[in-house]
Design a protein around this ligand. Structure first.
Ligand SMILES: Cc1cc2nc3c(=O)[nH]c(=O)nc-3n(C[C@H](O)[C@H](O)[C@H](O)COP(=O)(O)OP(=O)(O)OC[C@H]3O[C@@H](n4cnc5c(N)ncnc54)[C@H](O)[C@@H]3O)c2cc1C
Ligand code: FES
Ligand code: FES
Length: 471
């Protein structure tokens, strides 16, 4: 069956490879070349488009997405807006007018992506503040104009929302093209049955990790997408727990986390860019089992649990035990992550999550540190980036129990961390140490000790948490 979607207000029905990237299709097949290819890795934002998907959490809105990572199968049943669809009846859209007025374009390569990011920003209201502008633009690189003019263009933006289609087309649950099959189940039972029958298929969440292979020519014979299962997109805010569905994106989870665990939400706001957060899922972040992923250390410190499900039943695994080593998890071939259950800390607890990276936005962490000091004074501390996987720091936690940790010099705290993370012994560790990609192990250990010191100062009330404005 064909893939059905609405492109710039027009209904389209196309029969082609569902794992082709939207960027490749737009430029190569639809001949809409306003959407540019810069990096093909989700970094530059030149390929930014707007997508409206069926949503469980409120009215459908336009969201930015990187067309270089998104597959055609993922836009089935959705609406897209590219730069070609923005001006109407020969009249530029207000975001385009604003860029023009502010002289905010030079070579123009980034401009279509910037315009669509500004268009998404306009949905939040008129005259966005500096923080909202910086957050929105973090995923759009401009090599020649410089950002001052672009930021100026954003300041006076009126509120606006491009028209949403009255109805989205129905999605197809199975699509074949040549030797490729793309399954897009809409119920959990169908998803589990497919997983059991096709353990060799690629299980596709948002595609912000997997899509990197596709944009470099990788081919998948069988794909099962999780995004069509409405129950998995849900974020359930309960009295003492937030339950994040196995296909919920970072953007889906952000409102509940901002309300209930703001320190965690602040860290989430630094994952990639808005474009990446609109596509990337929590489950994908855990399953990739990268030692420098942002969420695992926080989930471990908060004592979160992973609910895993297959046709054979459910089991619940502590986040601390889910990842077993570099790129390894306990997930069986027929299992998926159904949900992540995050306990909400008591109001008197102190929670902190710190990400140390070379750039503030759109960068992978060198070290992630997460702390949960409960109302009884017990500490759960976890770190990412210093070992082969994110893990707790038992020696540090024991030292905290003595009540004397604040008297320790930072070098002694670094020695405790060295006990907890004695070496970067695996392949990835060796590579990181050799190339010093983002800092040697020694640096990471010292930096982690510095973050412990910061947490001590913040809990003692002698230091205010850093804010964006303070940087
Ligand atoms: C430009 C860019 C910037 C990034 N910045 C950051 C960053 O700052 N911090 C960070 O931590 N990460 C970052 N990432 C990595 C990525 O965005 C995250 O790891 C994201 O959470 C992956 O989720 P996804 O849904 O896109 O995963 P996918 O690419 O769809 O899948 C990743 C893995 O998870 C599996 N999977 C997905 N859903 C499930 C499920 N429900 N059950 C079982 N398995 C599942 C897939 O099979 C696959 O093995 C970045 C990526 C890019 C391209
Ligand atoms: S081409 Fe650079 S983000 Fe897609
Ligand atoms: S105007 Fe040239 S890259 Fe932005």
């Amino acid at each position: 069956m064909a893939l059905n979607f609405i492109l710039n207000g027009e209904r389209r029905s196309v029969d082609m490879r569902a794992t082709m990237t939207v960027l490749e299709w737009l430029r190569g097949e639809a001949r809409l070349t306003g959407t540019k290819e810069g990096c093909a890795e989700g970094d530059c934002g030149a390929c930014t488009i707007l997508i409206a998907r069926p949503s469980q959490s409120g009215p459908t809105q336009w969201q930015t997405a990187n067309a270089c990572l998104l597959t055609m199968g993922q836009i089935d049943g959705c609406a897209l807006l590219t730069i070609e669809g923005l001006a109407r009846n020969g009249k530029l859209a207000s975001a385009q007018e604003a860029l023009l007025e502010a002289d905010a374009t030079q070579c123009g390569f980034c401009t279509p992506g910037v315009v669509l990011t500004m268009t998404a920003l306009q949905q939040q209201g008129a005259r966005p503040d500096t923080e909202a502008i910086h957050t929105a633009l973090a995923g759009n690189l401009c090599r020649c104009t410089g950002y001052r003019a672009i930021v100026d263009a954003c300041r006076d933006l009126p509120a606006a929302q491009p028209e949403l289609p009255a109805e989205l087309p129905a999605a197809t649950d199975e699509h074949h093209a040549g030797a490729e099959t793309f399954f897009a189940p809409t119920t959990l039972s169908d998803l589990l049955a497919l997983r059991a029958h096709h353990p060799d298929a690629v299980l596709l969440g948002g595609g912000t990790d997997l899509g990197l292979g596709l944009s470099k020519g990788e081919r998948w014979r069988k794909t099962i997408a999780t995004g069509g299962v409405a129950a998995l997109r849900a974020v359930d805010e309960r009295a003492d727990t937030i339950v994040i569905g196995g296909a919920a994106t970072f953007t889906d989870a952000l409102p509940a986390l901002t309300r209930r665990i703001p320190a965690f939400a602040a860290l989430l706001g630094r994952i990639g860019s808005v474009q990446i957060r609109n596509l990337g899922t929590f489950a994908g972040n855990l399953v990739t089992a990268s030692p420098v992923a942002d969420t695992p250390a926080c989930l471990i410190a908060l004592d979160a649990r992973m609910r895993l499900v297959s046709v054979n039943g459910r089991r619940s695994v502590p986040a601390d035990e889910f990842v077993t080593g570099y790129r390894k998890t306990v997930l069986a071939a027929d299992e998926i992550v159904e949900a992540i259950e995050v306990p909400v800390p008591a109001a008197t607890a102190h929670v902190a999550a710190y990400k140390l990276s070379k750039r503030f936005d759109q960068d992978i962490a060198t070290v992630v540190a997460a702390f949960h000091l409960d109302e009884a004074g017990r500490l759960r501390a976890a770190f990412g980036g210093i070992g082969s996987r994110a893990a707790r720091a038992p020696a540090l936690e024991r030292a905290w129990e003595t009540g004397k940790i604040s008297a320790l010099p930072t070098a002694a705290i670094a020695a405790l961390i060295a006990q907890d993370f004695p070496t970067l012994a695996d392949d990835q560790g060796a590579e990181l140490t050799r190339r010093r990609t983002r800092g040697s192990w020694l640096y990471r250990r010292q930096a982690a000790a510095g973050l412990v010191r910061r947490f001590i100062l913040e809990t003692e009330g002698t230091s205010q948490p850093l804010t964006l404005e303070a940087l």
